[in-house]
Design a protein around this ligand. Sequence first.
Ligand SMILES: Cc1ncc(C[n+]2csc(CCOP(=O)(O)OP(=O)(O)O)c2C)c(N)n1
Ligand code: SF4
Ligand SMILES: [Mg+2]
Length: 289
Amino acid sequence: MAIDIYKINPEFRDIMPQEILDLEEKATWAENAVKPRGIKELPETKELLEEHSLCAGCPEAAALRYVLSALPKPEETIIVNSTGCTSLMFPHIALHTVHSLFGNQNAVATGIKRVLDWRFPDTEKDVVVLAGDGATVDIGLDYTLQSFFRQENITTICFDNEVYANTGGQESGATPKGQVFKMAPTGKKFEKVKMWELAVTSGCHYSINMTASAPKAVAKAVREAILIAREIGPTFLNIYTPCILEIGLNANEGLREMKEQDKERFASFKYVSPEAEEFLVKCKEEGRL
Ligand SMILES: Cc1ncc(C[n+]2csc(CCOP(=O)(O)OP(=O)(O)O)c2C)c(N)n1
Ligand code: SF4
Ligand SMILES: [Mg+2]
């Protein structure tokens, strides 16, 4: 039903730009897809995000394309964002998105998810939080953790670039010890907070730490996390999307940086609770994964 929102009124079809026509006909809406949506379909389809105003080569933009390609049901998904560089992409996403006050994203997502479940009891509505490390692991940490404690059925994705990038380079809880930024000249005084471990302690049923160097791995994690959040409870993904500007890299060097960090601070970590593990087996048998 929700796909109707994206259908063009026949009266206006002749004046619609090709861009919009493509969105209706060639985007991988779950209901249009002949095969399950995924990263492999990106080259042949109209993407839900094509333009953005981030710095050229910013890994956040690539990572968001992978995330969007993996949503099990984009037409029934609401993405809740917080202020930061990620929010520069949100006006360009062809989906329902909500921009929340900086740091409040998990509280806002909680309200949206609860109301949707009440209003549409027969439809699976996915609520996904997507925010930076400043919003998730620093100023908004309390709200993030409280949503895990309450076992809210939402997926939280942190684009961890280890800095407050959008405000010019302050340190966050996710900044590594000793790191100096333009607006943190004396160096970070304590270790990087391992949010993926905190997420497990705080009740998440699925928690991952990874970089966005491998598109298929990101897509798989997103899909699993969203399906688990629907049925079991909160899920968390921490994805390294380096701020090439703040660490002094060129536009073509983000991928190399992520690959290097695959073996360092972002060495693969994956936790799946026993209930979630059992559920994933069922999803595989049913062809949902
Ligand atoms: C309530 C509130 N506090 C502070 C700010 C200022 N602010 C805007 S973006 C930002 C930093 C965002 O950092 P992060 O969440 O890591 O995202 P990034 O820009 O690094 O992707 C801050 C502090 C704001 N807009 N609103
Ligand atoms: S400032 Fe950093 S995080 Fe923000 S768009 Fe530029 S490279 Fe990306
Ligand atoms: Mg950041």
